[in-house]
Design a protein around this ligand. Structure first.
Ligand SMILES: [Fe+2]
Ligand SMILES: [Fe+2]
Length: 355
């Protein structure tokens, strides 16, 4: 019944130099249950017609100018794949065996012979429509499955994101400025990762892991972390431990996201010239996610308000990055960042400091 309803609604494009006026073809199509028939005279008119509306079956006559019809079949076969192209039935003279073979090789699902055996033609037309219906149903299922997977992935990403942000907030120990900083740093890091040509997966991981760069501050005493004014050398050495502590805390190799966060925590204070901490890595020995986050972290800290400082202008912050290219920062990444400065500025205005 379902199939009958499908056949009743099915749109058929007949390409025939009699413009569909052949009474025996007409009656085979009608007997097959089809009512929505459109006719064109030339194979060249078929593809434009397919662009205009969806068809469920093409009936292509190959008696008059077979080369045009075969060229059309070849084109349709090439375009098949992601588009839900309708099946093609060809009409061939009974004696044209080679032509029939060629047409089948080029993707025609079946053939009808002229003169028509109406009964056989009707069965073959319905078989082709069965194929079409199954193809559409499969595509519908595939789309549904894809949508479900997408929805689940989005849900998982949201959950991960929410957990990462809450954890990052805890780590900032009530510093109200940190909340927007951790939002911005993820966005900035994604922009720079994309600008540097990293894979979409790496960009995704960096965006969602960068907010956890200072997670190791959980292990640093509050009286040092929240101390107003200058830290002593000893205190500063203590604060520096947060990089290694972050890596240790995030030691969960089974998750790509947590692995990325561990690497960022461990490397965001390394410096291009090897004078950073905790490992004193140099140049490209510092993982790219660490080099990216280092630039974004400093740029964001400079351009935002902190209790002890006014925000720097964008230009001053850029000048600082340029001055530190080759010292603190990877010079190629600094150049990428500056080339995408407008996007970085948009992040600053989308997530302004709340105080
Ligand atoms: Fe840090
Ligand atoms: Fe930071």
């Amino acid at each position: 019944m379902e199939f009958e309803a499908f056949v009743h609604r099915a749109a058929v494009l007949v390409c025939d130099d009699t413009i569909g006026a052949d009474p025996s073809l007409q009656s085979a199509l009608r007997q097959a249950g089809l009512s929505a028939l459109t006719a064109v005279a030339e194979p060249a008119q078929v593809r434009p017609a397919l662009r205009e509306q969806r068809y469920d079956l093409i009936v292509l006559e190959l008696d008059a100018a077979p080369s045009h019809g075969l060229a059309l079949l070849a084109q349709l076969q090439q375009e098949r794949g992601d588009t839900a192209a309708p099946p093609v039935l060809v009409i061939v003279p009974a004696e044209a065996v080679a032509l029939r073979h060629q047409a089948l090789e080029l993707g025609a699902v079946d053939f009808l012979q002229r003169p028509f055996d109406t009964e056989a033609a009707m069965v073959r037309i319905r078989n082709a429509l069965h194929l079409r219906e199954a193809d559409l149903r499969q595509r519908h299922l595939d789309d549904e499955l894809e949508a479900r997977v997408e929805a689940r992935t989005a849900e998982l990403t949201q959950a991960t994101d929410a957990i990462a942000h809450r954890l990052a907030r805890v780590c900032e120990k009530g510093d109200m400025h940190a909340e927007q900083h951790i939002r911005r740093i993820g966005k900035l890091a994604r922009i720079l990762a994309q600008a540097a040509g990293l894979s979409p997966e790496a960009c995704f991981l960096i965006e969602h892991a960068a907010p956890l760069h200072d997670v190791g501050k959980l292990g640093i005493a509050d009286n040092i972390l929240l101390k107003p004014g200058q830290l002593s050398a000893r205190e500063f050495d203590h604060v520096k431990r947060h990089a290694q502590l972050g890596r240790d805390l995030l030691d969960a190799p089974e998750s790509a996201l947590v692995r990325m966060a561990a690497s960022i925590a461990a490397h965001h204070h390394e410096r291009w010239d090897g004078t950073g901490y905790p490992s004193g890595l140099q140049g490209e020995a510092i993982p790219v996610e660490g080099r990216i986050t280092a630039i974004c972290d400093v740029f964001d800290a400079l351009t935002s308000t902190r209790p002890y400082k006014d925000p720097w202008s964008i230009q001053n912050a850029v000048d600082y990055l340029v001055a530190q290219a080759g010292h603190s920062f990877d010079p190629a990444l600094v150049a990428c960042f500056i080339a995408h400065l407008a996007e970085a500025e948009a992040v600053l205005s989308d997530y302004p400091d709340t105080l």
